[in-house]
Design a protein around this ligand. Structure first.
Ligand SMILES: Cc1cc2nc3c(=O)[nH]c(=O)nc-3n(C[C@H](O)[C@H](O)[C@H](O)COP(=O)(O)OP(=O)(O)OC[C@H]3O[C@@H](n4cnc5c(N)ncnc54)[C@H](O)[C@@H]3O)c2cc1C
Length: 493
């Protein structure tokens, strides 16, 4: 049985001893620290859903290697139906967590690598694909959690990689022998890796001749020698650390989207776990195919889950305040739903119009143009939804007192009297929903949505590249009665 219980994961997480730092201090136990624990909880939830009769329909599917049911995050997309399910899983996870599903980047990395290693083996007679499939099978059999790491510190962007004074600003191979390779460098902004069993590392961009050492992809187990995780630290982290009870935090169990920098100090990787090493031509393809899948999910399904929570909270506040019949508020609600549904439709269409990316690989990727448009739309739509929900929530979103006041006998009665809108709604409910909405409107999610899966300019470049202007010009010319230019001699021959 390839779908394991949450207890299996928790037992492993308790045994994990990664070198993790947060706020200048070593984290002794990731399952106990109040912030890192939220990542463990999100991973636990992914096991709970897989065993739930309803959740399991979305979160599991058979392995193409063994036929056994697996957690969807450890499987490949092998048809457009699989892509539709992948998008649905992103939505399901986001609306149940209100934060990242930390197995998402690893899943999309598996898919991108599956297509590209297949292509490399065909063209170069390498054996990367078989290695990757062996690793995937092991991950499936044990039902392991896998994070994905692409983004790097990098040097000045107006210089070439070789011009950077510090070669480690991009992760690279520093040694190799018959047993494996040794890598050095760092990855940044990596979601949840310190609590995942493995991390798949990918190159962060296209590589050219002379950059062979930087064209590298591999898998590394949690807590490997030489690996250090330095966690993000935000006001929300501090607040969680100071909280007497997560009850007061808006999203008590799962918290914020947690990332870390991962430092690799001469880390040894055996050849069995290396999926690209020196083949510069394929580095960019890994990145592009990864982005192609990840933008559909990250842009069009997981942010829709977040948006549903945001709209739900705004709607509750609208009702608590007795604003149900106010036209401009309903107009704002309508605008939010329209934005969200447009993005969801775009993501689903990207899945429906997906295709096999490398003939024979069996790996399907979403339609590139629709996936990029979906991500591009949500980047702007999310800021807009934050503004609209912020208007409905009122100033209390940023001025509310701590929920701790409700546990203080001296202040509780004031809050109950003055923060209940004189209605039949307990002040505790009003303040909890307001706190939840504070997370969504006045916190980390605007920038997080913008940059996760690549900043807007990356999608704009893709839209320019993928738009079929020729077809559109032809339509316009036909409509205007302009004759098509005669084919050139070269075209005619
Ligand atoms: C919440 C969150 C979770 C994430 N999780 C992961 C993860 O799990 N794994 C992972 O690999 N990554 C992850 N990321 C990283 C994410 O993909 C990057 O943040 C994103 O690609 C932007 O890169 P950057 O942060 O380095 O910003 P930059 O690249 O510094 O971008 C800043 C601005 O500079 C512009 N710019 C940058 N370089 C150039 C250039 N060469 N030419 C012109 N303009 C340029 C950009 O367009 C943008 O406008 C996550 C990010 C967030 C916010």
């Amino acid at each position: 049985m390839a779908v394991k219980s949450p207890e299996h994961y928790l037992k492993r997480a308790k045994a994990m001893r990664p070198r993790v730092f947060m706020d200048g201090k070593l984290v002794e136990d990731i399952t106990e620290h109040p912030v890192t624990r939220t990542v463990v909880e999100a991973n636990l939830a992914s096991y709970e859903w897989a065993l739930d009769p309803e959740g399991g329909k979305v979160l599991t599917r058979p392995s193409h290697l063994t036929g056994e049911p697996c957690n969807i995050y450890n499987t490949l997309n092998r048809s457009t139906d699989d892509l539709i399910q992948r998008a649905a899983a992103g939505l399901y996870a986001a609306e149940h967590l209100g934060t990242c599903i930390y197995r998402c980047v690893g899943c999309d990395a598996f898919n991108s690598l599956a297509a590209t290693t297949y292509e490399m083996d065909q063209a170069l007679d390498t054996s990367y694909h078989g290695r990757l499939m062996d690793f995937l099978r092991y991950v499936q059999d044990e039902d392991l959690t896998v994070a994905g790491a692409m983004t790097e510190p990098r040097g000045r962007r107006d210089q070439k990689l070789q011009q950077w004074t510090d070669p480690d600003l991009s992760l690279h191979v520093v040694d190799r022998n018959d047993k494996g390779i040794v890598v050095r460098g760092a990855k940044i902004n990596i979601s949840g890796a310190y609590a995942c069993d493995w991390t798949i590392v990918m190159p962060s961009g296209a590589r050219r001749a002379g950059e062979e050492d930087y064209a590298v992809s591999f898998a590394v187990p949690n807590g490997e020698k030489g690996v250090t995780y330095i966690c993000q630290y935000t006001p929300y982290s501090a607040e969680r650390e100071m909280a007497e009870d997560p009850w007061e935090l808006g999203n008590p169990r799962f918290g914020q989207r947690e990332t870390s920098m991962i430092v690799f100090e001469d880390v040894f990787v055996p050849w069995e776990r290396v999926f690209l090493c020196g083949e510069t031509r394929y580095a960019g393809r890994i990145v592009t195919r990864f982005a192609q899948i990840h933008r559909m999910v990250c842009g069009g399904s997981c942010k829709v889950g977040f948006g549903k929570i945001l709209i739900g909270a705004a709607r509750l506040i609208q009702e608590y305040k007795g604003l149900e019949k106010v036209p401009h508020i309903n107009d704002q609600m309508t605008e939010m739903i329209t934005l969200l549904e447009t993005v969801r439709a775009c993501s689903k269409a990207a899945a429906i119009e997906g295709k096999e990316v490398v003939p024979g690989s069996g790996v399907y990727v979403p339609d590139d143009l629709l996936g990029n448009v979906s991500k591009l739309n949500i980047c702007n739509a999310f800021w807009r939804m934050m503004a609209l929900a912020g208007d409905i929530g009122g100033g209390l979103l940023v001025t509310m007192p701590s929920l701790k006041e409700l546990k203080n006998p001296e202040t509780r009665r004031y809050l109950e009297k003055f923060y209940s809108f004189g209605a039949d709604v307990p002040a505790e409910n009003i303040l909890k929903i307001t706190k939840l909405l504070q997370n969504w409107t006045a916190g980390l999610h605007g920038v997080g949505t913008w940059h996760g899966a690549g900043p807007v300019q990356a999608q704009k470049i893709m839209v320019q590249r993928l738009a079929d202007y020729e077809e559109m010009k032809e339509l316009a010319m036909k409509m205007a009665g302009i004759p098509e230019p005669a084919p050139s001699q070269e075209e005619a021959s």
